[in-house]
Design a protein around this ligand. Structure first.
Ligand code: ADP
Ligand code: ZN
Length: 606
């Protein structure tokens, strides 16, 4: 039996948002929230979380309050709602006193249906008093994983959200997030007191993202080649660990003809905002950033995310790569990773603050990330397994599925490397060990008389790149340990014995050949036939003009998916236009004629 709530929800979905049907578990979630249940929603990025609280906010009487830490995005979110005719507003520290008063007045007068509030603003007495005087339909807590103190997005203000349950016991709370392992899910339920509610954990898989992890050789060149060959004029995010590297890479890409901008916490907030706005509003920009960039970046058509440094955990990796392809179209996640990442992260961990238990926990997370890099089976299966989900078949859309990795018997090479570490006194980094193995002649070799060692020059058969691959894998597999010191000195571990004695064979991944073999690039992103290109461009121009007039990003007018439907179905009347997914009543009225004119012009010309 279909409830009246659900019927009304469907009507709003069709007429207001212009979508034909609910996606995935949206219908069940909307129904549970409409019924007033406290609800936890874990749904991957791009899955459609917003509708899960926006529609119930409208179905239930009163104002829907959305708690979100993403102040920079509130204006865009509110604009997007206003474009479909929903009365929306926001309260955060960017507003002037007068603007705050205007919002408050609008609330009292019933002129707001959905209100976005920053968490620190929500828990102020003034705001709570205000909310006590109006009818509230629900509280939606977005990015709910921010309550977890061990997470990298922890927000102290989220801990104070328990006041919602205390002050408004009869108002349902719906918590939403894209990333939460089972421990974080429990923490959300505990902190926000969602007990005895409903919980929807939708799959984590992002099938449209192609995952590739490659050995780092000259990462800037590798990145440039990737962009030029596969992602020309596409929007993308490049992650680097340090601010300096961000600046370097952004400048370097620009000088090679890639429209790119830096973003990191050392820049002025004005500059950061400027770069973020260009990225959001213009087409085809690449942002080079530290992890300071990205949380809640709502741009749906980011076509690639590239990592030039390895993230510290699989959670971070999955969240960062998850910013690609929110619109469901083909997208790529590439990472260039090498021995220096393993050394650097190992050092950072050894030297970090925190008790032993914390360090052990971080070490485990780092090991899981390293395991993902080195594995030779399907990466998506491993990623999903990490989040407790099973993918029965290999995915066919990761590098290991597309090109089967080759392994080689590296037992002898490993023996040489390990004895060389031993002979040099276990106090040198990998670079020097490789120099000794390859019989290099340099100042350091002479200073320590290392050319007299029995292991000097015994490894000339492998290139430096190949040796780096061997050393990296020996570290990751736990045969070599990085010291805490600044030099990245390597020590043998107990497990080396079996290899040195020849009791165990060691097979390693062959990086070099693997990199040389071509991988089929991710599906060409737009799939627009040549003869359709003029109309496609005209529709996009129309969208950009309207967006500029309204001072909103283009996707707030219509998504790429909606424009593609227009291209496919060629609507010529208002009725036909209304049947396009993404065109609702208000958008038809506001923009319908402009797009119909473009479409009719093309029809007459042909
Ligand atoms: P999330 O917040 O989970 O990352 P969003 O709520 O931003 O995802 O939705 C992602 C995209 O999918 C948006 O462009 C949205 O308009 C679209 N979308 C959501 N639900 C539907 C639906 N039922 N039908 C068509 N498009 C949808
Ligand atoms: Zn795969």
């Amino acid at each position: 039996m279909v409830s009246t709530d659900l019927l009304q929800a469907l009507r709003i979905l069709n007429h207001t948002f212009g979508y034909k049907q609910f996606r995935g578990q949206q219908a069940e979630i909307v129904q549970a929230v409409c019924e007033g249940k406290n609800t936890l929603v874990v749904m991957p990025t791009g899955g459609g979380k917003s509708l899960c609280y926006q529609i119930p906010s409208l179905v239930r009487p009163g104002v829907g309050i959305v708690v979100s830490p993403l102040i920079a995005l509130m204006q865009d979110q509110v604009n997007a709602l206003r474009e479909v005719g929903i009365k929306a507003g926001f309260l955060n520290s960017s507003l002037s006193y007068q603007e705050v008063q205007d919002v408050e007045t609008a609330l009292y007068q019933g002129d707001i249906d959905i209100l976005y509030v920053a968490p620190e603003r929500l828990v102020q007495d003034r705001t709570l008093n205000l909310l006590c005087q109006i009818q509230i339909s629900l509280f939606a807590i977005d990015e709910a994983h921010c309550v977890a103190q061990w997470g990298h997005d922890f927000r102290v203000d989220y801990l104070r959200l328990y006041v919602l349950a205390e002050t408004f016991p009869d108002v349902p709370r719906v918590a939403l997030t894209a990333t939460a392992d089972s421990r974080t899910q429990m923490e959300i339920q505990r902190q926000l007191m969602l007990d005895e509610g409903a919980s929807f954990v939708c799959g984590f898989d992002r099938p449209n993202i192609q995952y590739r992890i490659r050995q780092k050789e000259q990462s800037r060149q590798q990145l440039l080649k990737f962009i030029e060959q596969e992602q020309k004029d596409n929007a993308g995010i490049v992650y680097c660990l340090s601010r300096k590297k961000v600046e370097d890479v952004a400048g370097w890409l620009s000088s090679h003809g890639v429209k790119s901008l830096p973003y990191h916490a050392g820049m002025t907030s004005q500059m950061r905002e400027e770069h973020q706005n260009i990225f959001l509003r213009e087409e085809g920009w690449v942002i080079v950033a530290t992890i300071a960039f990205g949380m809640g970046i709502d741009k749906p058509n980011v076509r690639f995310v590239a990592h030039l440094d390895m993230p510290k955990s699989i959670e971070a990796y999955y969240q960062e790569t998850g910013r690609a392809g929110r619109d469901g179209e083909a997208a790529s996640a590439v990472m260039f990773y090498g021995m220096e990442d393993v050394v650097k992260l190992g050092q950072m961990l050894a030297g970090s603050e925190g008790n032993e238990q914390f360090k052990r926990h971080e070490q485990q997370r780092l090991n899981a990330m390293l395991g993902l890099c080195e594995m030779t089976d399907c990466r998506r299966q491993a990623l999903l397994r990490y989040f407790g989900e099973t993918l029965e078949e290999p995915c066919g859309n990761c590098d290991n599925c597309l090109v089967t990795p080759v392994t080689w018997d590296a037992t002898q090479a490993a023996q040489k490397a390990l004895s060389c570490v031993y002979r040099t006194g276990q106090r040198f980094g990998a670079g020097h060990i490789i120099d000794v193995l390859r019989g290099a002649d340099n100042e350091k070799i002479r200073r320590f008389s290392h050319s007299n060692l029995s292991t000097y020059g015994i490894g000339r058969e492998l290139s430096t790149t190949q040796w780096r691959s061997v050393m990296r894998q020996l570290m990751v597999l736990g045969y070599l340990q990085v010291d805490e010191d600044a030099f990245g000195s390597l020590r043998l571990t107990d497990s080396c014995r079996t290899i040195l004695r020849g009791e165990k064979k060691l097979f390693l991944r062959e990086d070099v050949n693997h990199a040389k073999r071509a991988i089929k690039p991710a599906r060409a992103q737009q799939d627009i036939a040549d003869e359709d290109l003029p109309l496609w461009q005209a529709l996009r121009q129309c969208r950009k003009r309207l967006a500029d007039e309204q001072n909103v990003p283009p996707y707030v007018i219509f998504s790429d998916a909606t424009l593609k439907e227009m291209l496919l179905h060629r609507p010529l009347t208002s009725m036909e236009m209304l049947s396009i997914n993404g065109v609702g009543d208000v958008k038809l009225e506001r923009f319908g004629d402009e797009f119909l004119e473009v479409l009719r012009d093309f029809e007459y010309e042909n």
